[in-house]
Design a protein around this ligand. Sequence first.
Ligand SMILES: [Zn+2]
Ligand SMILES: [Zn+2]
Length: 374
Amino acid sequence: MDEQKLIAFFKDLHAHPEVSGSEFRTTAKLREALEAAGVRILPSGLQTGFVAEVGGQRPGRVIGLRCDIDALPVSEESGLPYASQTGGVMHACGHDFHAAALLGAALLLKEREAELAGTVRLVFQPAEEYGNGAQAVIATGLTADVQEFYALHTYPPFPAGTLGIKEGPVMAAPDAFHIRIRGRGCHGAQPHKGISPVPAAAALTLALQSTTGLVVDPFSPAVVTVTHLSAGNTWNVIPESALVEGTVRTLRGEDRAALRERIAAAAEGCAASYGCTAEFEWEDGPAAVVNDAALCGAAKALALQMGFTVARQEDTMSSEDFSVYLAACPGVFIRVGTGGGYPNHHPRFTADPAALWPASRFLARLALERCAAE
Ligand SMILES: [Zn+2]
Ligand SMILES: [Zn+2]
């Protein structure tokens, strides 16, 4: 495979996006390309996505490279000649780019397999956007011996040729809360005969705006956002209950625990002060992605040596389930400049194909170097 063929492969994936858990065609195309080059696909039992391997003939370290392969339920408006042919589904986060980049890296590594001291485990992960793809891969046991993990992610603010490599937290833990406030419904003209949950939900929404300031160190970023507030369905009836939902984003485990506790207490307190009760539900997302400082140094040195510009990406409270792999070993989540001018998940998001081949070369070189590292 050469650069032009890899770009054609990427465009084909882009034209045929599949949402989380349905990546059947994508999986088949990737497997086919790898098997044609003699790359081993490991038996995993995964319905979509898979784990492949290069090396393993000579003793050395085990390095993991991970990409994700799923698309989003977004209607594409990019105007590209290779735009999505599936209505309402689009590779709006660039996971087609990640998959093609890792395919390219696998084929480059295969060419140099004889000189590879160690093993490179290649994870083509399903269901990053709306699923438990990383968990499913971990459950196969095929990554248990990986000593370092690396992943790339598209990054519109940087042009092709620039990599964002930053030590420390680069993605947040995204948790969700759902609070049901229960009162007692009645006629809108007789509020004293019922218990309205509406003022309690309103008070709680305002109270949640100040929770981070109460329990989180001002030097530690944290977000509490109410995103969904609903109660009642007409103008003259006091409803039985109200719903307050939102997301909490944190970079540190202690902030996560403190906010959970404070939001639960606020729900109970606000509800009680209006004569209502609250049912609090919390849903843990993946942990924050924290890049290893020493490994960032090695990746940066290689990037500069290969002629990339290395920059620090902007801080973000978005999330990524790559952290699931980093719970077991250190690693780096690298942003690859793909230009385009529209953010990830936007209907006009694009990833510059010029960034693809260099990304494959970088991943392959990084894996070779890290396999041989002390
Ligand atoms: Zn995404
Ligand atoms: Zn993504």
